[in-house]
Design a protein around this ligand. Structure first.
Ligand code: TYD
Length: 230
């Protein structure tokens, strides 16, 4: 659904699929073409949602159960949508979001074993009509993605270790991959699956060509939230 004059693109996929690198490259390419680009991420992307992010990724909410976690993800999403995403789309920006509603469907719904009706009810409230125009699913075998995520984690922070969701078993990650492919098959207008085993350049070119077909007319300024995240 189009909100305002902007374009809303979400990036999805398992761990280590290369989302952040590709988001950065697409943002650079679009800015070179003069687009107002907002780069953001979930959970987080607004001050309220970043506060909830810490609770979720540290595992502090895990003991309260998947339902509680799903509601917290939705609370964070609602704040992010209303404070950041909707205003950006209204002003005509291209919004690139690292994870959005499909992550909740996959992580909390499919591998968290929550009923689809519960997840969809939360989503309706959280997104409040702000659905991505285009969702790019970076697809990679779980074992390869986890290995990449592990190496990246060690390089960035040698002592931090995996987060709450990275720690889960390989079968869980493989199930998520399947769940993403199911979402793409059910909503082919919105979703495109990208083979994330291609070279970084090939993936960037494929993504740019998909997004270019949907771009609105050029507007001005750019921003990234949080400034340090990308
Ligand atoms: P993050 O470090 O931002 O990672 P990634 O590089 O994997 O995108 O961690 C976000 C984690 O939160 C990730 O493991 C997926 C999980 N998540 C959910 O479980 N549900 C959600 O709705 C969202 C947005 C993320």
């Amino acid at each position: 659904m189009s909100i305002g004059k902007g374009l809303f693109v979400s990036f999805e996929g398992g761990e280590g699929a290369g989302k952040s690198t590709q988001i950065r490259r697409l943002a650079e390419a679009l800015r070179r073409h003069g687009y107002d680009v907002l780069v953001t991420r979930e959970p987080g992307g607004s001050p309220g949602a970043e506060a909830v992010r810490h609770v979720l990724l540290s595992g502090a909410a895990e003991m309260f159960g998947t339902r509680m976690e799903a509601i917290l993800f939705a609370a964070a999403r609602s704040d992010h949508v209303e404070e950041v995403i909707r205003p950006a789309l209204v002003r005509g920006a291209v919004v690139l979001c690292d994870r959005f509603m499909d992550s909740s469907r996959v992580y909390q719904g499919v591998t968290g074993n929550l009923e689809p009706e519960f997840i969809e009810a939360l989503q309706r409230v959280a997104v409040n009509g702000v659905v991505p125009d285009c969702t790019l699913i970076l697809d990679i075998p779980a074992s390869l993605g986890l290995e990449r995520a592990r190496r990246r984690g060690v390089a960035v922070s040698p002592t931090a270790g995996p987060d709450r969701f990275e720690k889960e078993r390989i079968e869980t990650h493989e199930k998520r991959r399947e769940a993403y492919l199911d979402i793409a098959a059910a909503d082919p207008e919105r979703c495109r699956v990208i083979d994330a085993q291609q070279t970084e350049d090939a993936i960037a070119a494929e993504i740019l060509s998909i997004v270019e077909q949907r771009l609105p007319p050029v507007t001005e300024t750019s921003s990234t939230y949080p400034e340090t995240a990308q």
